[in-house]
Design a binder for this molecule. Structure first.
Ligand SMILES: Cc1cc2nc3c(=O)[nH]c(=O)nc-3n(C[C@H](O)[C@H](O)[C@H](O)COP(=O)(O)OP(=O)(O)OC[C@H]3O[C@@H](n4cnc5c(N)ncnc54)[C@H](O)[C@@H]3O)c2cc1C
Length: 546
């Protein structure tokens, strides 16, 4: 295989589509979220030749719309799911080592309030057990605070009901970037992955076993057929839609619940660290600082509308603002403070009689009579283990007995061993080499692209120096040639996170990016126009509360 083919290069998309239409794969994965990406990496590491298709952009679904935490699952402790706490706790440490630029240690404050979810003793004991189960290093274990210490840690907290607090270890991430780095790593090992390619119908052999799909290339509106020995349905909230097409939607099914997050300026919610706090209806919520903004979330309500655009309602906004103003009484956030929002759908497994926030976050596998392996539920945090279970099923069918070894695979851009897993040191090194670039910009790039940042800076400096904005050109070009960027929304939303965390700046560079985009890619004019239009709508949609 030539190295040309081992990148997620959108400029080679046509050739890739030609190639995959003429190849029979061991494994076809439907869905390019974190679950599908994890499966592709695991499969390739065992030598299983695989193809992944995604109907929109990679991470278009829930995997770009989460709370963006790789967490040990304190809430699972409350539900007494000890094994799950242990498993996800161990997973955090593994993913942090394999991608330190994307899985970043963070201290979380848990305020203890009168009548709250966790009392003083329960918090102290709960966080102690949590640390033990999650295998947290001694020096990073929970610290309990009295009322005064908690107030000092977070002066914005209301004091009348405050009894104390606990500080414990969590990890922050960028869900969409984590998905793309996992996928890039799989592609570098030989996996094929194509976005904007939708699985329409399942194809069967004479014995009724699924052995392919018919698919639509959403860019050219062309139909193609894809063949594989085994199919995994990793379509997240859409898993049941495919099970329905396969006539196998029987027994257990998904329950969709919607979760909304709001982004406000750091000046309007100047919290000193991430906080996991009680809200009046008995649920809990996060407030998380991130660069120049803070974000709050989430809601958890049953959802039965269009999965592609769950949207944010006025009710969602009011609920989140009221809950935030309740615990931080002096900030008085209003709708006008909102800079951006996002809304995601959880693909949970239905359980009779349970409220949305009581549903287990466990994953589950369903095997259909046609032998399609569907996997749903679970969390971003546990993606590696979910992938292992799904690939074990596929491997059984393919007579492959190799064990999972993804715990040892460093993700694309994630090799920070020589920096003691601290990307800040790499930022310093790059800054001494590219001192004409603002350090804040280098920092920003490193926490997106990790060790691949050097190539972006290098090319801005050498190849694109004559452009009006060399770094913007270089970053865009990198994401088109290495990260499958096809549309403006892919770039501004899932590769750079600007739509959520730096929305005002999009207006400043949008026309320049559009111009560069048209220079680099050559999509058919209808697709290009419709995508520019879709981005205009998405840009407005994040502040359009119905
Ligand atoms: C509000 C919210 C907050 C969350 N917070 C956290 C958190 O902080 N930490 C954590 O660990 N987890 C969190 N989660 C859970 C986590 O985000 C999900 O479990 C995870 O992202 C699911 O990934 P997935 O790949 O299974 O699904 P998805 O990311 O939805 O991927 C499925 C993909 O399949 C594609 N697809 C569907 N049909 C087809 C088709 N016919 N052909 C081709 N492709 C198709 C879709 O377009 C989609 O991109 C949160 C979830 C929500 C909703």
């Amino acid at each position: 295989m030539s190295s040309k083919q081992l990148k997620l290069n959108s400029l080679e998309r046509e050739a890739t589509i030609e190639e995959i239409s003429n190849t029979k794969y061991d494994l076809l994965i439907i869905g390019g979220g974190i679950t599908g990406a994890g499966i592709a990496l695991d499969a390739m590491s065992r030598g299983i030749k695989c193809l992944l298709i995604e109907k929109e952009d990679f991470a278009f679904g829930t995997s770009s719309r989460s709370t963006k935490l790789i967490h040990g699952g304190l809430r699972y402790l409350k539900q007494l799911e000890f094994a799950l706490v242990r498993e996800v706790g161990q997973e955090r440490a593994i993913i942090h080592h394999n991608a330190p630029h994307l899985v970043i240690p963070d201290k979380m404050l848990l305020p203890i309030i009168k009548g709250g979810t966790y009392g003083k003793l329960a918090s102290s004991f709960g966080l102690y057990v949590y640390d033990l189960l999650a295998g947290v290093k001694r020096e990073e274990r929970r610290v309990m605070l009295n009322k005064e210490e908690t107030q000092k840690a977070e002066p914005l907290l209301r004091t009348d009901i405050l009894e104390g607090g606990g500080i414990y270890s969590e990890y922050k991430t960028d869900d969409a970037r984590l998905t793309i780095e996992v996928l890039k790593t799989a592609v570098a090992r030989g996996a094929k992955a194509v976005n904007y390619l939708k699985a329409e119908d399942i194809v069967y052999d004479k014995s009724g076993k699924a052995n392919g799909v018919s698919a639509t290339d959403m860019i050219n509106n062309k139909k193609i057929n894809l063949q594989a020995k085994v199919i995994i349905n990793a379509a997240g909230p859409w898993v049941d839609e495919l099970r329905k097409k396969d006539n196998s939607l029987k027994g257990k099914r998904l329950r969709h619940t919607k979760g909304v997050h709001l982004v406000v300026g750091k000046d309007r919610l100047p919290i000193k660290q991430s906080i996991y706090f009680d809200i009046p209806d008995g649920r809990m919520m996060f407030a998380i600082p991130r660069g120049e903004v803070s974000y709050i979330g989430t809601t958890d309500t049953d959802f039965d509308k269009a999965l592609d655009s769950p949207g944010v309602t006025k009710q969602d906004v009011e609920y989140l603002l009221a809950a935030t103003n309740n615990i931080f009484p002096n900030v008085n956030l209003t709708e006008k403070d909102i800079l951006s929002t996002w809304s995601g759908v959880r693909p949970l497994i239905h359980e009779d009689g349970k409220a949305p926030s009581e549903l287990s976050r466990k994953d589950e596998i369903f095997i259909s009579p046609s032998d399609i392996i569907s996997i749903a539920g679970g969390k971003l945090t546990g993606f590696r283990k979910m992938a292992e279970k799904a690939v074990n099923e596929a491997a059984k069918r393919l007579g492959n007995s190799k064990p999972c070894e993804t715990d040892k695979i460093v993700l694309s851009g994630g090799d920070f061993k020589s920096y003691q897993y601290n990307p800040d040191r790499y930022v310093d090194d790059l800054y001494s080499k590219f001192s004409n670039v603002e350090k804040a910009k280098i920092y920003n790039l490193v926490y997106k692209y990790g060790k691949n940042t050097e190539a972006i800076l290098e090319q801005a400096h050498s190849q694109y120096a004559d452009k009006a904005q060399p770094l913007v050109y270089s970053e865009l070009n990198y994401t088109i040639e290495n990260e499958g960027v096809v549309t403006l929304d892919d770039f501004f939303n899932r590769r750079t996170g600007m739509l959520y965390f730096d929305r005002p700046n999009i207006e400043k560079i949008k026309s320049q990016v559009e111009e560069y985009f048209d220079e680099i890619v050559n999509w058919n004019i209808d697709f290009k126009n419709s995508q520019h239009q879709i981005f205009e709508e998405r840009f407005k949609e994040v502040l359009d509360f119905q």
